[in-house]
Design a protein around this ligand. Structure first.
Ligand SMILES: Nc1ncnc2c1ncn2[C@@H]1O[C@H](COP(=O)(O)OP(=O)(O)O)[C@@H](O)[C@H]1O
Ligand SMILES: [Mg+2]
Length: 265
């Protein structure tokens, strides 16, 4: 059995009266791609923030690569890379400069920094554009650069919080192909969140369906479909979260239409 890279036990995170994460437990093993699938407001980002030391848990325990991110803040930070929902690139720097700055901040030795920057930028098809300032990049290129940058310090775990939000289907596809490649070649553990069911289905080894701060089901896509006696992950999601799939959750009219079709069958 592979060691656990992420362990979460009975995690609760409250903001005042609101319980954003409500008694969540799960384990992610080395080399696994694990997805949190859930609508807006389900508690996905809050969980990632607790795991990445940006928020303290209200109660429960969290371990990253065997370390408690609350008491071993600095060591835990080196173990992971993170790409947030909101872009965090310096728009006035070139792609290469953004990579280099990140490498310096993470104390990556200069030779390795240069080599790895080149490898990653080539893999993410950005090497030709290395001297272009980021503000001239398309949305898809910016996302790819952020993810390439997240890999620069060779993290053991990569957190991706809705990395494909707002991207066209082709860019989404391309991005996951690269992430899967790095997962396979470097055995980096990936924790991702998404509200696109097709993505969770295609990319993740295991999926936790989260709604209103609680994990309502967990397993492979196949297992979720079997548990709910449905033929698609969309159907499983509906069965698990009930009709309460909130409007804003679908993220696109397409997904709502897909669900409507399921209902009619
Ligand atoms: N800093 C905060 N203060 C108060 N409420 C928050 C804060 N961050 C998130 N929330 C609330 O917690 C719930 C879960 O949010 P979030 O984790 O961002 O969901 P998701 O990422 O799944 O969309 C939401 O109801 C959100 O409004
Ligand atoms: Mg979020």
């Amino acid at each position: 059995m592979e060691p656990s890279m992420i362990r979460v036990e009975n995690l609760i995170k409250k903001f005042g009266d609101l319980t954003a994460v409500n008694d969540v437990s799960f384990d992610v093993q080395k080399g696994e791609i694990f997805a949190f699938l859930g609508p807006n407001g389900a508690g996905k980002t809050t969980t990632i923030k607790v795991l990445t030391t940006l928020l303290k848990p209200t109660s429960g325990s969290v371990e990253l690569d065997g370390l408690n991110p609350v008491s071993h803040h600095n060591e835990a930070r080196k173990a992971f890379g993170i790409v947030f929902q909101d872009p965090s690139l310096d728009q006035d720097l070139t792609a290469w400069e953004n990579m280099n700055l990140h490498g310096v901040l993470y104390h990556v030795p200069s030779k390795i920094r240069r080599e790895r920057t080149e490898t990653l930028m080539k893999l993410f098809e950005l090497w030709e554009k290395r001297d272009t300032v980021v503000k001239q990049f398309s949305g898809g290129m910016k996302r790819r650069l952020e993810i390439a940058r997240g890999f620069l310090h060779t993290p053991k775990i990569l957190f991706l919080d809705e990395p494909t939000l707002g991207l066209d289907p082709q860019s989404r596809n391309q991005l996951w192909t690269h992430v899967k490649h790095l997962n396979e070649t470097e055995r980096v553990t990936v924790f991702l969140t998404t509200h696109y069911m097709d993505e969770a289905d295609r990319v993740a080894h295991r999926i936790a369906v989260i709604d209103h701060g609680r994990i309502v089901a967990m397993g492979t896509s196949q297992e979720l479909k079997q548990q709910t006696n449905t033929e698609s992950l969309e159907g499983a999601f509906l069965a698990l979260t009930g009709s309460s799939i909130r409007e804003e959750s679908a993220g696109s009219a397409d997904q709502l239409r897909q669900m409507a079709r399921m209902f009619r069958r």
